[in-house]
Structures are given as C-alpha cells and as structure tokens.
Design a protein around this ligand. Sequence first.
Ligand SMILES: *Cc1c(COP(=O)(O)O)cnc(C)c1O
Length: 365
Amino acid sequence: MVRSSAFAYDSADALAAAMATPDGDFVYSRRGNPTVRTLERVMAGLEGGARALAAASGMGAISSTLLALLRPGDHVLVQSCLYGGTYAVLSDLAERFGIEVERISGDGAGELSARLRPATRLLLLETLANPTGEVPDLSGLLGVARRAGVVSLVDNSLASPALCRPIEFGADIVVHSTTKYLGGHSDVIGGVAVFADAELYEQVWRRAVELGATADPFAAWLTLRGIQTLPLRMRQHCRNAAFLAARLELHPAVKQVYWPGLATHPSHERARRFLSGFGAMVSFEPAGGRDAGRAFAERLRIAQLALSLGGVETLVTHPASTSHRELDDRALQAAGVSAGMVRMAVGIEHPEDLWNDIEQALPSA
Ligand SMILES: *Cc1c(COP(=O)(O)O)cnc(C)c1O
C-alpha cells in the first residue's frame, strides 16, 4: 500500500506534464494514488468497464457523477425505489439548480420511451432495490436510453459484480457503495463509479478531484482485501437468504416475504434474467404491523439492529422507524414499504443459528 499524499519530481516540467491528465504519473493523492489506482483497475475489470473512479463513499461516487453530468434545465428519470441518499442529492439539485426529476416504475421499456423528452439527460436505476428487492427491466430500459442518447447510471451495490454486470446490458456508468458487499466486513467506507466509456470517466474524475470526493489509499487497500473473497461470501449470503426466505414464508406469524428468489416476487422473472443469484436482502412483514416489526428487530440476539448491509454479519432494520421514518403510512405505501416491514441484510453466519434467532424473536402463533 502506498500511503504518500505527494510524489517528488526532479524536473518542474515533468511535474507540470504529470498534472495535465488523470493518466499522468502520480502527483498528489487526491488526484490519483497507486493503491487507489489498483482498486480502480480491479473494479473496471470486474464490471467490464473501460475505467473506474474510486471515491470516498458510495455517495461520493454518486454525487460527483451527478454534479459532473447535470446542468440546469436537464430532466432526469429515476426508478421509483431509488436509494434515499441518491434521491436526496437529486432533490437538492432540483431545488437549487433547476433540474427536473421524474420517477418511473422501471417495469418496462414502453414506460421509459413515453417519458423521454429532448431535455432528458440521465436515467438512474438500481439492479436490486432496497428494501423491496425490485429488479428493473435492465436490458429494455438501458437499450432505450442508449438509442436516445440518454446517459444511464446503474447502482449495483446490492448485487455486486458477482451477481450482475450492468455494462453487459448497456449501462454507461455503474456505481457501488463499496462499503457494502465489495468491502464486505463493515469496516470501511468507500465507493466506485465504473465507466463503459473513458470520456465520461475523465469528466467525472475532474469533478471528484475538485470536490475532494476521491478515495483514501488505506480504504482502497481494505476494499481490495475484501474483494478477494467476494465470490465466496456472495455465495453464502445468497444461500442463507434462500434458506431464511423459505422458512419465513412458512411461519404463521409472517404475512409476507419479499425476496426476488421467491417465485411469488413480482421481479422474480427479471431477477432470473439479469442476475446470477437473488441477493441477500430479505424483507418481510410480520403479522401485527408497525409495533410487531419494531419489537422483532429489538428481540434479535445474533442479528444486529443496525443500518447498512453487505457485511459478513446479519443486520436488521425496521425501515418505517429508521430510513423511512419521515414518511406517513400513505407515502410508505407509495415507496413499497409497509409500516411493519423488517429488512434483513443476511450475513454469512450458520443459517440454522440465524433461523433460531429469528424464530425466538417472532411472536409465537
Ligand atoms: C449504502 C448505499 C449507498 C451509499 O453508499 P455510502 O458508501 O454509504 O456512501 C448508495 N446506494 C446504495 C444502493 C446503498 O446501499
């Protein structure tokens, strides 16, 4: 790992030349660093992109990309169940810079075609949405965007490149919160944007360097260490999720289970088409509504009540009292979140241990 913030030169001309592009020799680590560059190469390879830009966090990657690409008057189409942090940046841009943000369901190419305008600049999707597990029609939507000259950005944090590579379906930019499955151990914050095209990369790199949103070498090094076990972890995450989703479906105190691996999930067919596994976000609705969801989350002993996901340990949240607490029951319904819903980011523990924990936390029938 190279921790240096600055790199020494013998000649002033050589230093000046190195500063001209992102690909010059290393100058100052906010602009580029050997360890950070290694992470970028690995991520470009994993996602099948031309270039990657590592960022200080997932939001650092997303906000740098949005600020680099959007101008006043632009129209942006977003999948309705977009990550709250991304939606917050877009709302802020909408209010302060006159950018118009419109939501689509993500269910099909026809809906997207009908909403395109001459001012449409960007389409934002997520491979697996949180907490409902929705999967958009990736190839249909990305094909429409490509033909219309609209830049497409796909947040692939919940699938990881182990389950999906959106560039293969036509995405221009793929972003990750590497804090999640890529880092994988809940001990590092980071993000990355991977670009199908090197030109877009350079625009976003310039903006990220200006904003100071680029990655720290130690965070990049920890993320690289996590990536080495990504396929193994992801396999166990997905197996555990399948095991728990099947048991939860049969439990008398559970009204509904949301996991795209279940044949009853509305996105099941699309998940089969676009993903090589169904992910490890299992949400469910215990009988008894809001109070039952809260009580369940507090009674768990192995699974922890904590935000975030993608680490080796199982984390549980009650969205209605945390991430979605500002929404009333009607707004919750519009977001596909019920008042009692519990979101489990399933870890890699022994599945029977997790089930025993869940069972003791659910009300007995
Ligand atoms: C966590 C998350 C982010 C934000 O990433 P940070 O690393 O927390 O900044 C963005 N998108 C999705 C889908 C996430 O789960």
